[in-house]
Each structure stands twice: as C-alpha cells, then as structure tokens.
Design a protein around this ligand. Structure first.
Ligand SMILES: *Cc1c(COP(=O)(O)O)cnc(C)c1O
Length: 406
C-alpha cells in the first residue's frame, strides 16, 4: 500500500500535494482549491536521499554520524561553538533550565508575548514565572523595564535564576542590551530563539551571545526535522551537562550508574536526516519568507489602519511569520472580523500570541506591563507565511483589502 504524506508547498509551489514515499498510484495532477495554511512544513528536495542514506547505514538511533552532522550544521548556522540536537524545542528549553540550576521556588523571568513552551518547563520544575512586557518597536522583551525590575529584585535579594528573552516571529530581541544588564547582576540568559533560526542580530546569526539559546524544528518552523530542537552555547560545560541529562544521565561505568535523573530527549537519526537536508536550504527559506512579507507590505501598507511588525535597526528578521496589526477605528473592520473573512476564504490566520500573563494557566503570576502586549493581542494577526503560489498570496491580500470600510 502506498504511504502518502500530506505536505505543504515545496519550492516549486506544489501546495498540499500528496507526496509518496513508496511507489504507488501516480500523484493526481488536478487538485482542488486548498486551504492556505499559516506555516505548513515543506520539503526542500534532499530529504528522501538523506533518509535513504541514513536507513541504509543502519545508524537510526538517536546517536551516531547523522545527529552529529546535524549538530555541526546547527553550529555553523548559529555561529556557536557547541550544539546539542534534541527531540523538541521544549526539550531544549527544559534542559536549559536544568543546566542553569533552576529549582523549585526560583523565579524565572520572560517576555509575556510568547508561546507557552517558553516558560512551561520552568513552571513544571516548580519555578515561579514573572512576565515582563515588550517594546512597541520590536515586540520583544523591554530592556528598560528589565533593568528597573532587576535593580529592585537585587535590592530585595531576590534575583531571578534566569532571564529568558524571546526572538519573536523571526525577530531578534535586543540581546546585547539584555545580556549586559543581566551580567551586571550575574543572572544567566537563556534565549528562546525557537522562531528565529536564520535571522541576524547586529550582523551575526541569532543564537549567539546568550549563555544558551534554544531552537525548534517543529513542523511549523522555518525548517523542520518533522519534530526536533536544539540547544546551543559557546560554553562547552553547559552543553556537555545538557547532553548527559538528555540521555538519561548515565555515568561512565559498565553497569547503569546514575548520580541524578535525566530525560530521553535524544533526536532520532531518522529525524536528524530530515533536518540535515532542510538546514542546507535555511538561507533560501529566509529569503522566501522575507519575500512573502515584502509582498504583503507592498500590497497592504496603503490601507488606513494597517501596519506591519517593525524590524528594528539591530536585526534582520527571518520573517518566520508575517504579522500585521489592524486599527479598527481607521480600517473600519476589526482584527477578528478580518480573521473570520480570511477563514471563510479558506485562509488560516491567527491572532498574535495571547500574552502569558492573561493565560489562566499562570493566574496570579507576577506581571509588569506597559500596555504593548495586550494591544498587540487585540490587534495583531499572523498571516500565511510559508511557500505559496503568487495567486494564493493574492487571495489573502484581496480578502484583507475587501475588509476595508473607508
Ligand atoms: C515552537 C516554539 C517552541 C517549542 O518548540 P517545539 O519544538 O514545538 O517544542 C518554544 N518557544 C517558542 C517561542 C516557539 O515558537
């Protein structure tokens, strides 16, 4: 029986085509109008060859030459000295919290405008989250607010165990400012760069500069291994410790010896083979996502009340997702009405992340606000940003234009 995988667009724009791993009936050429998804996985072309090579080698466990080659490619893409490939971005963050020594009762500070996985592992470890707001010109952690709060916390003798800024939607946070501030008080920085592989900060790749940075190769990210993640650092000790914990914390002995408990977080060679093929096309993917963003901006920026996520001077976003904001007073239609119109036209779009301080899961957590994240949640909309045919992107653009009530 043929095994069919429903995949997103490939480079030549075959959105939603059925691709067969094994010979079967020929792929149908006529295809119905497909729903346009936010960020579907798409193949670069080398995956089958990479899988074939891996399976034929017999090295399919989460060890051996393929994960090692993938780690080398991750180090090269991020300019870091050390990299550990793991089973998810969330696992990478969890290991980051472990090696930074997060314990029950510790505080961990992060940007409120992010996906739940940024903080979930720390909360599960018994840490108490403190959420800080973002700046309007970057949508990432506000360094001035961080400085004020760090000074107050130092005076009270209650500094956080870690500060976790987020590179949002492919846009780097102001990492040097954050690392300098945290360094003043000896607080390590774990950067959640899950959405920003391939982006740049002050001309260097995102991932460099913090004590640790975490990446994701989930199916919706800019490149995928079909699931996976990575933890990178310039500190060999931190990554060695994370690697030990990721593989059940086995001590060197002929029998099974454990000084502590770890996790089964290794990345299968089978998935690493897919990731290895994909990471070779990273800069093509960044260029494609930036072109999608540029086309939205060109065709929609003239509309009153429509604005796009800014790109501060310090960085070059990967534009993992194209995000705009809708001012209902000037556009004549609310963000939610635009989302529903897109849905009716067969287009997936999503509100900007619901700030974590508004999530029932973190009710009662400390929060320092300036109004920006709440405003972005009310008005922000993420648009389809993966590989698309021009006529598919036109469908998104035309639907949004038709919502304008001048
Ligand atoms: C995707 C994502 C993660 C989690 O990555 P997984 O590989 O899905 O576990 C963490 N943080 C952010 C900001 C993300 O977007």
């Amino acid at each position: 029986m043929a095994l069919a995988l429903r995949l997103g667009a490939t480079g030549d724009g075959a959105l939603g085509e059925n691709i067969r791993l094994f010979p079967g009936r020929p792929v149908a050429t006529a295809r119905p109008r497909q729903r346009i998804l936010l960020s579907p996985p798409s193949l670069v072309g080398g995956e089958l060859a990479s899988l074939d090579h891996t399976l034929a080698s017999g090295w399919i466990a989460p060890a051996g030459p393929v994960p090692e080659a993938f780690e080398a490619a991750i180090r090269a893409a991020t300019g870091t000295e050390q990299g550990l490939a793991v089973s998810s971005g969330t696992a990478a963050l969890h290991l980051g919290y472990r090696v930074l020594g997060v314990e029950r009762g510790d505080e961990v500070w992060t940007s409120t405008l992010t996906f739940v996985a940024t903080i979930a592992p720390a909360v599960q470890m018994g840490a108490r989250p403190r959420f800080l707001d973002v700046t309007a010109d970057s949508w990432t952690l506000d360094p001035d607010m961080l400085e004020t709060r760090l000074r107050q916390a130092a005076n009270k003798g209650k500094l956080p165990r870690a500060v976790v800024p987020v590179d949002l939607y492919g846009q780097s946070c102001d990492l040097d400012a954050i690392v300098t501030l945290c360094g003043r008080w000896g607080v390590p920085v774990l950067c959640d760069s899950a959405e920003a592989l391939g982006a740049e900060y002050h001309g260097r790749p995102v991932g460099k500069g913090a004590a640790l940075a975490a990446f994701s190769f989930n199916g919706n990210k800019i490149i995928t291994a079909g699931g996976g993640g990575a933890l990178v650092s310039d500190d060999a000790g931190l990554i060695a410790r994370a690697r030990h914990l990721a593989t059940q914390a086995k001590e060197t002995a002929p029998h099974y010896q454990h000084e502590t408990t770890g996790y089964s977080y290794g990345l299968s060679s089978v998935l690493a083979a897919v990731g290895l093929a994909q990471i070779g096309a990273l800069q093509d993917r960044v260029a494609a996502r930036r072109a999608v963003f540029a086309r939205y901006a060109l065709r929609l920026s003239d509309l009153p009340g429509i604005a796009f996520m800014p790109e501060p001077g310090w960085g070059r976003s990967s534009r993992w997702l194209s995000v705009l904001t809708v001012d209902p007073a000037r556009f004549g239609t609310s963000r939610e009405q635009v989302r529903q119109a897109l849905d009716a036209a067969g287009v997936e779009s999503r509100p900007v992340w619901k700030p974590l301080h508004l999530q029932p899961a973190f009710r009662g957590a400390a929060f320092h606000g300036n109004g920006v994240s709440g405003h972005l949640f009310d008005r922000g909309l993420c648009l389809p940003s993966g590989a698309m045919l021009p006529e598919e992107q036109d469908r998104v653009i035309d639907t949004i234009r038709a919502c304008y009530r001048g």
